[in-house]
Design a protein around this ligand. Structure first.
Ligand code: SAJ
Length: 407
């Protein structure tokens, strides 16, 4: 495939914008679309609306070179990339209405030889459904355009590197589509391109995140068992991982973010009878957050019984994982909310070193919170917390380690 094509990207969020910037960086013209006018304006100024290392310089450079421009309506292209969210509705049913709307907007623009790729995490069969919809509306395009699915797999915080170097799984609705999509990604991806069909590629994305969820659930289940059995779960896992074929992940205060805590439901809702472990893992990881909140509550009661006064509490970390500023779907935030609800004017110090302020939680510096609080609950293993002297703490201070901060 030649580079003198125009790529039309629908959705300029956490994945769409970095992908657009990377394609543009490779000298390919990109016209991006977003429903949010503020996002469009920000990007056209060469600026960004999300936190991601290196992204800003890529966007600024691409906009300056006029390789990247943002719009509010979909522009015609030779390749269309759909990178919109797929949230869930009701009882954890995937909601593909954004993918459908994007396909609908592209529909009148499609011409012979075009390539349409869906990157949004989607339930199995979505790409075929969109192909069916397109060919029903415009039957003359059958056999004339290519349609494929290629999931993103990048880790927030390392997106610009992983977009280039991660392997990609590419599945078309037919072999020609698969090959054409692979040719397209070879223009800017250095990782290996693995070709398959659309359904397998869709399931592959869901499998990757469900697999991690199940593995974390195993670690979280161990942490509950160890709590009862009076065993240090961190030591246990470290020792078990000395076995050459064992690799247990870390327990925490639950699983958050917008991928791992969401994608497994896309499998469970379609295949409820078969997805026993996947469904149970979701339950265990959700329960872990509830359990942590209960543990903190119990520690407060115990303290009050022992000392005859209500203790002050420090909630250490609100983000969904260490060293990021992202609070969406965060188990730590859920726990903080529960603690706040059950408070009677006593001091609660909320700590999140990666953000300046929060509209619900009044933030306190981590050193001050640690010093002042009677009970210190570590929810997220941020690097800053590792500098605290947890060994020589005052005798009365209760430290609750939910994230392995003290190994
Ligand atoms: N977590 C644990 N214990 C662990 C590892 C993680 O409790 O040992 C928790 C984290 O604290 C966090 C949650 O799991 O709350 C998810 O964090 P993560 O770092 O595992 O993953 P995400 O959500 O940031 O990114 C994942 C990645 N998927 C996999 O690793 C299989 C990423 O590659 C995907 O692109 C991304 O989901 C996505 O967009 O789907």
């Amino acid at each position: 495939m030649k580079k003198d094509i125009t790529v039309s990207v629908i959705g300029l969020g956490y994945i769409g914008l970095p992908t657009s910037a990377l394609i543009a960086y490779n000298g390919i013209k990109v016209q991006g679309t977003d429903v949010n006018n503020k996002v469009v304006e920000t990007i056209n100024k060469g600026d960004i609306h999300i936190e991601e290392p290196e992204l800003k310089s890529y966007v600024a450079d691409a906009v300056k070179k006029r390789n990247l421009e943002a719009f509010s309506t979909v522009k015609p292209g030779d390749v269309y990339l759909i990178v919109v969210p797929t949230p869930f509705k009701g009882n954890h049913e995937p909601d593909i209405s954004f993918v459908k709307a994007a396909t609908q907007n592209i529909l009148p623009l499609l011409k012979k030889e075009d390539l349409l790729i869906i990157e949004s995490t989607s339930p199995v069969g979505t790409t075929e459904k969109m192909a069916h919809f397109i060919f029903e509306e415009r039957p003359q395009l059958k056999g004339e355009i290519s349609i494929a699915y290629c999931p993103e797999r990048v880790l927030p915080g390392n997106v610009m590197h992983e977009l280039v170097h991660n392997d990609r799984v590419i599945g078309g609705v037919d072999d020609v589509s698969t090959q054409k999509a692979a040719d397209f990604y070879s223009l800017f991806v250095k990782g290996e391109l693995h070709k398959t069909n659309a359904r397998t590629a869709e399931m592959c994305k869901l499998t990757e995140n469900a697999s991690r969820d199940v593995q974390i659930a195993f670690a979280n289940e161990l942490s509950l068992i160890c709590d009862k059995a009076d065993i240090n779960v961190w030591d246990l896992i470290k020792l078990a991982n000395k076995h050459p074929r064992v690799n247990i992940l870390q327990p925490g205060c639950g699983v958050g973010g917008h991928c791992i805590a969401v994608d497994p439901y896309f499998i469970v809702s379609e295949y409820p009878l078969e997805s026993q472990i996947i469904g149970k893992a979701r339950e265990i990881n959700n329960y872990k957050s509830f359990w942590v909140a209960e543990k903190i509550q119990n520690a407060r009661l115990e303290f009050e019984l022992k000392h005859g006064r209500r203790p002050s509490v420090a909630i250490m970390g609100l983000a969904f994982k260490p060293n990021i500023d992202d609070l969406r779907e965060s188990p730590a935030k859920y726990i903080a909310q529960k603690i706040l609800q059950n408070s009677n004017n006593e001091d609660i110090y909320f700590v999140e070193p990666n953000i300046e302020e929060h509209k619900v939680f009044k933030l306190t510096n981590y050193k001050k919170a640690y010093e002042k609080a009677d009970i210190v609950a570590f929810l997220v293993a941020h690097d800053e917390f590792k500098s605290l002297d947890l060994v020589n703490k005052p005798e009365d201070k209760v430290v609750l380690n939910f994230c392995g901060i003290i190994k």
